[in-house]
Design a protein around this ligand. Structure first.
Ligand SMILES: [Fe+2]
Length: 398
C-alpha cells in the first residue's frame, strides 16, 4: 500500500467542525433576528409583537433541542476523532449550555405565550421591558453560540495540528517501499481517511476481555497451520471434487454485505455443528480440522468461493472469540483481503490469519473464482477452561 492522495477527512474531524460551524451560524441568525425584533419593535399591535417574540423563542428552543440531540449522538464519535478530553470538553461546554438554553427558552416561550394571550391587558403590557426578553435571547442563543465558536476554534486548531503531523509522518516514510513499514503506512492512511477498512479494533458484539488484539497473525504463530500447508494437494483435490459433485447445489453464503450473490460455500462445520456428509467426503481436510485446538467450536469451516467481481464489503464480525484462517486453494492473479486498512494477498497453499472483529473486506477483482478453506477457530489466547466455557455456554452466537 502506498501513501498518496490528499489529506482525507481526518477521521471525521471535518464533519465535527462542520456541525459546530452550522450550529454557530444558525444560532447567530436566531440571535440577530431576536435582538432586532426586541430593539426595533414597529408592530401595529402588541399582540403581533409578542407573537414574533414567541416565534423567536420557539426557534431558539427548537434549535437548542436539535443540537442537543445531535451532540448526544456525536459524543461517542468525538472520542474517536478527538480523544477523551474532547468528550469532557463537549460535555461541559456544549451539553450543559444547551440544557441551560433549552430551560431558558422554554420559560421564555411560556412568558411570551402568556403575553400574546394578555396583550389586550394594559397593566400587563405596560410592564414590558425589552431588556428582559433580550437577555433571554442572549442566554438561549448566545451561550451555545459562544460554546460552539470556542469549540470550532479548537477543532480547526486540531485539524491544523493533525495535518502538520501527517505531513511529518508522511515525509518519514515517503522514500521507502519497505514491507516492514506497511503497518506505519496503514496507520497514516487510516488517519488521513484513506482506505476502505476502519483501522481500530471494535468488535460488533460480545467482547471477550483480555485477548490479544491485532488485525493480522503470521501463520508461524499457529503451529497446526504447517500441516495444512504440507497437505495442500490433498485439500485442493478434496475441494475440487466436492465442488464438482455438488455443482449447482453449492449454497449461497447469504451474506447481506455483498455487491452480488457472489459468495458461495461448501460447509464442513457451521456454528460448531459438524456437517457429517461433507466431512466424510473430505477425509484429509476433516482430519486436519480436528487438530485445531477447540474443534469443533468453530463459527465456520468451509470451502469459500468468491466469484469473479465479488466484493464482501467492509464489516466487522460478531465478537472477538474467533480468528479466521483463509487457506488459499484456487487463487486468481488479483484480489485481496483487507483488515484494519492493511491488505494481504491470498496465495495457493499459504494461510492468511486475521481477527475479523476488525473491520475487513474481501475483494476478487479478477475474472476467475477464488476458492479458499475458511476456518473461524477460537482465539489461541483462550485457556482450556475458557474453551470449555464456550462449549458449555447454553446459548452463544459468534
Ligand atoms: Fe467477515
Amino acid at each position: 500500500m502506498i501513501i498518496g492522495g490528499k489529506l482525507g477527512d481526518l477521521k471525521g474531524m471535518r464533519s465535527f467542525v462542520g456541525v459546530l460551524i452550522t450550529q454557530a451560524l444558525m444560532l447567530f441568525v436566531v440571535l440577530g433576528v431576536g435582538l432586532f425584533i426586541f430593539w426595533f419593535p414597529n408592530f401595529e399591535s402588541s399582540q403581533s409583537r409578542y407573537s414574533s417574540i414567541f416565534g423567536v423563542f420557539l426557534i431558539a428552543f427548537a434549535s437548542a433541542l436539535v443540537f442537543l440531540m445531535i451532540w448526544t449522538l456525536l459524543i461517542k464519535f468525538t472520542e474517536e476523532w478527538w480523544s477523551i478530553i474532547a468528550v469532557d470538553r463537549v460535555s461541559k461546554w456544549m451539553i450543559i449550555p444547551l440544557y441551560a438554553a433549552i430551560g431558558v427558552a422554554f420559560l421564555a416561550c411560556i412568558w411570551s405565550l402568556l403575553a400574546v394571550v394578555k396583550s389586550g391587558d394594559e397593566s400587563f403590557t405596560s410592564t414590558y421591558n425589552p431588556i428582559i426578553p433580550s437577555l433571554a435571547v442572549v442566554l438561549t442563543t448566545g451561550i451555545p453560540l459562544a460554546a460552539s465558536s470556542f469549540l470550532t476554534l479548537l477543532g480547526v486548531k486540531r485539524i491544523l495540528t493533525l495535518k502538520k503531523n501527517m505531513r511529518l509522518f508522511e515525509s518519514s516514510v515517503s522514500n521507502t517501499e519497505s514491507e516492514g513499514l506497511s503497518r506505519i503506512r496503514a496507520s497514516i492512511n487510516a488517519e488521513k481517511g484513506i482506505g476502505s477498512t476502519f483501522a481500530r479494533p471494535e468488535p460488533k458484539g460480545f467482547y471477550f476481555a483480555g485477548l490479544t488484539s491485532k488485525p493480522w497473525y503470521e501463520s508461524e504463530e499457529l503451529e497446526w497451520i504447517a500441516e495444512f500447508e504440507d497437505s495442500f494437494d490433498d485439500i485442493l483435490a478434496e475441494a475440487t471434487a466436492i465442488m464438482s459433485n455438488l455443482g449447482d447445489d453449492i449454497e449461497n453464503y447469504g451474506y447481506q454485505g455483498l455487491n452480488t450473490e457472489s459468495w458461495k460455500k461448501v460447509s464442513l462445520v457451521a456454528n460448531r455443528e459438524e456437517n457429517q456428509e461433507n466431512l466424510a467426503a473430505c477425509p484429509v481436510t476433516a482430519s486436519l480440522l480436528k487438530k485445531i485446538p477447540g474443534y469443533p467450536i468453530f463459527r465456520d469451516a468451509m470451502f469459500s468461493i468468491l466469484e469473479p467481481g465479488g466484493v464482501i464489503t467492509p464489516h466487522r464480525d460478531y465478537g472477538n472469540l474467533f480468528l479466521t484462517m483463509h487457506f488459499g486453494l484456487i487463487i486468481p492473479p488479483s484480489g485481496y483481503m483487507e483488515v484494519a486498512n492493511m491488505q494481504r494477498n491470498w496465495q495457493a497453499g499459504k494461510a492468511l490469519v486475521f481477527d475479523s472483529s476488525y473491520n475487513h473486506q474481501a475483494v476478487n477483482d479478477s475474472d476467475q473464482s477464488r476458492v479458499i478453506l475458511l476456518v473461524d477457530f477460537l482465539n489461541p489466547d483462550m485457556s482450556d477452561q475458557e474453551r470449555q466455557w464456550v462449549l458449555d455456554a447454553p446459548f452463544w452466537k459468534a
